[in-house]
Design a protein around this ligand. Structure first.
Ligand code: NAP
Length: 255
């Protein structure tokens, strides 16, 4: 029970395949009380259905492109939980056309949207989470991908947003470290989810990784959730600003 007595908020649960959901389940199994957010009415029913598996959850509607939504989400958390121990940020979005062609064709609007939802939202969320973590410190975790470090064809503008997200982890770790708040990321190997379904050629990426990663297989949701449990719990109390690759070792390879 590594998270017994801890309270967390999880952003990015769309369905059962969501990485954020795998992490939420694992956190709940380890004793955490959770607030789950969903983006809008379209996914409210999904979130409600999944939340039935959790003990005493809070369900909060939050579109991270709206400052007022983020503000009211944390107001709800303060009212219901009083304080907060961890945040899981499992959110990313890019326009579909920007994940199909060439990066050079990215529109100004496509670039703005990808950065806003996928990178800026971490800073906005951290700003509101920090005051609720003041007493005991806390752990903020986001999810990134190797496409922010190296070129993965068709990942395009999302790779550029992930690079910004990775640097945000490091700047936020410095900003919030003096308040006992740690900020880390898991760089997950490719997995089939709603978000990854929008990337052209994604099945080729999966096949390539299976053949070329040191473990000769693809990553699964459960192993991302286990690594998240470590980063959210006190076991990782000396770790911040870290990007932990949970990708069957693929990141060490030259091909
Ligand atoms: P997912 O289930 O589709 O989760 C993405 C989530 O982001 C969805 O819940 C989505 O909600 C939410 N979102 C998008 N725009 C939002 C907004 N404006 N406000 C609030 N929420 C918003 O896919 P996933 O693969 O688990 O993605 C979770 C994270 O893991 C992402 O950061 C992704 O880049 C990262 N990651 C994924 C992989 C992979 O291969 N799957 C690998 C490495 C890292 P809606 O569905 O309502 O838009």
């Amino acid at each position: 029970m590594l998270l017994q007595g801890k309270k967390g908020i999880v952003f990015g649960v769309a369905n059962q395949r969501s990485l954020a959901w795998a992490i939420a389940q694992r956190a709940s199994e380890h004793g955490a009380r959770l607030a789950l957010t969903y983006q809008g009415e379209r996914l409210e029913e999904n979130a409600r259905e999944l939340a039935r598996e959790l003990a005493d959850p809070a369900l909060i509607c939050c579109d991270v492109t709206k400052d007022e939504d983020i503000e009211s989400a944390f107001k709800r958390v303060r009212e219901e939980f009083g304080s907060l121990d961890f945040v899981v940020h499992g959110i990313a979005f890019a326009l579909r056309e920007d994940l199909e062609g060439d990066y050079v064709d990215t529109s100004r609007e496509g670039y703005r949207v990808a950065q806003d939802v996928s990178a800026y939202s971490l800073a906005a969320i951290a700003k509101h989470a920090a005051p609720l973590m003041e007493e005991r410190g806390g752990s903020i975790l986001t999810l990134t991908y190797i496409g922010g470090e190296r070129v993965i064809p068709h990942y395009n503008v999302m790779g550029v947003a992930k690079a910004a997200l990775d640097m945000s982890v490091r700047y936020l770790a410095w900003d919030l470290g003096s308040r006992g708040i740690r900020v880390n990321a898991i760089s997950a190997g490719p997995l089939k989810t709603l978000a990854s379904a929008g990337i052209r050629g994604f099945s080729k990426i999966l096949a390539h990784m299976k053949e070329h990663s040191p473990l000769r297989r693809n990553t699964n949701q459960a192993e991302v959730a286990d690594a998240a449990l470590f980063l959210l719990s006190d076991l990782s109390r000396g770790v911040t600003g870290e990007i932990l690759h949970v990708d069957c070792g693929y990141h060490v390879m030259g091909i």
